[in-house]
Design a protein around this ligand. Structure first.
Ligand SMILES: [Fe+2]
Length: 348
């Protein structure tokens, strides 16, 4: 990319000489053409504007004083319409103050009349060199920006995949939870589509569902696999996983995914443990995940009970609609064909 700017030779450089005096135009043209530059002429600002429509000049040699629109008046217009085109002002020695003013308006350099042609050539070369460096910096910055963006995506994906692998590893340790997050994600996405979610919302739901139980890394395995009923303290201990999980994923996912993980055990009527929001204030992704999670848990074997039949699980979702679950989400779930979701004995 950077090479593109450096490869341009003098033959490819286009110069437009704008001066009302034909002898000056001819003098400049002869000298610059002899050095390999391609030159065109215009005798006024108006003619220059017309020429530029079909002649993409890299540099304009612009006489400051011309009848009609002066070079000074034309300069801001040129800088606005052709910001990448360099401009060298041509002026009488006595007007060098005005030339400096032109440079403040965006001119790249100025030359004084009568011309010393060697000086003119030096100015032209310097201006092209500066233009090329600016172009290189622009291309480099653009390239760098793209590279940083691409690497950020790669690092985030790598980290998310690592957390996902950690979740699967955690689940695989235990026959009761093996494949749970992947199945929940599948159900939640179907349900999300049923709730007319799309694009980024579905992607957030997918990551929220896959990662929702990552906080179980902080849960005591003995309590988690306890065959009998949990004491209130044990239940409270298990439930810390939502908060812990949100903290784990926070550095690498967006806030919406964090909230799905954090609120996935919230009850719609606000009766969940340590819950601070209720109803529609619970993020929609979390309300969807709550139904998908409960359905998969019910239809899977657990240490304290075997899987319950699909129809019974559906009835339980219906029974808890409006209390534990958002009624709209529960209703949408009941309309889905969940015959495709097999029980806890299913293959993952
Ligand atoms: Fe959970």
């Amino acid at each position: 990319m950077i090479e593109t700017a450096t490869k341009m030779t003098t033959q490819e450089k286009k110069i437009l000489i704008v001066d009302d005096e034909a002898t000056i135009r001819r003098l400049l043209r002869q000298k610059l053409t002899s050095l390999g530059y391609h030159c065109e002429e215009a005798c006024s600002s108006e003619e220059a504007l017309g020429k530029l429509k079909t002649y993409p000049a890299d540099l304009i040699m612009l006489d400051m004083k011309m009848p009609g629109k002066s070079g000074m008046d034309l300069l801001p217009e040129l800088k606005a319409s052709y910001p990448d085109t360099a401009v060298i002002m041509a002026t009488a020695v006595a007007e060098s103050n005005l030339a400096i003013q032109c440079m403040r308006l965006g001119a790249d350099d100025y030359i004084t009349k009568p011309f010393n042609l060697d000086e003119v050539v030096l100015n032209v070369e310097k201006t092209f060199e500066k233009q090329m460096l600016e172009q290189q910096i622009r291309e480099y910055q653009e390239h760098l920006h793209q590279k940083v963006e691409q690497q950020t995506i790669e690092i985030r994906t790598l980290f998310l995949n690592s957390i996902e692998a950690l979740v699967f590893a955690l689940e695989a340790k235990d026959k009761y939870t093996a494949g749970h997050s992947r199945r929940v994600s599948e159900i939640a996405l179907d349900l999300g589509r049923g709730m007319n979610l799309s694009g980024e919302d579905l992607e957030n739901l997918r990551w929220g569902s896959l990662l929702h139980d990552v906080g179980k890394i902080a849960v005591d395995q003995i309590i988690q696999n306890k065959p009998g009923k949990l004491t209130p303290a044990e239940y409270e201990h298990i439930m810390i996983h939502a908060q812990v999980g949100a903290g784990i994923v926070k550095p690498v996912v967006n806030q919406k995914v964090v909230e799905i993980v954090e609120h996935h055990h919230d009850h719609f009527n606000g009766s969940g443990l340590h819950q601070i929001v209720s109803g529609e204030n619970i993020p929609l992704g979390a309300r969807i995940l709550a139904v998908a999670d409960a359905y998969d848990a019910m239809t899977s074997d657990r240490p304290y009970r075997p899987a319950i039949p699909v129809e019974e699980a559906r009835q339980e979702i219906e029974r808890c609609s409006g209390t534990q679950f958002d009624p709209v989400v529960a209703n949408t779930f009941l309309k889905l064909d969940n015959s495709c979701y097999t029980s806890g004995k299913r293959q993952v």
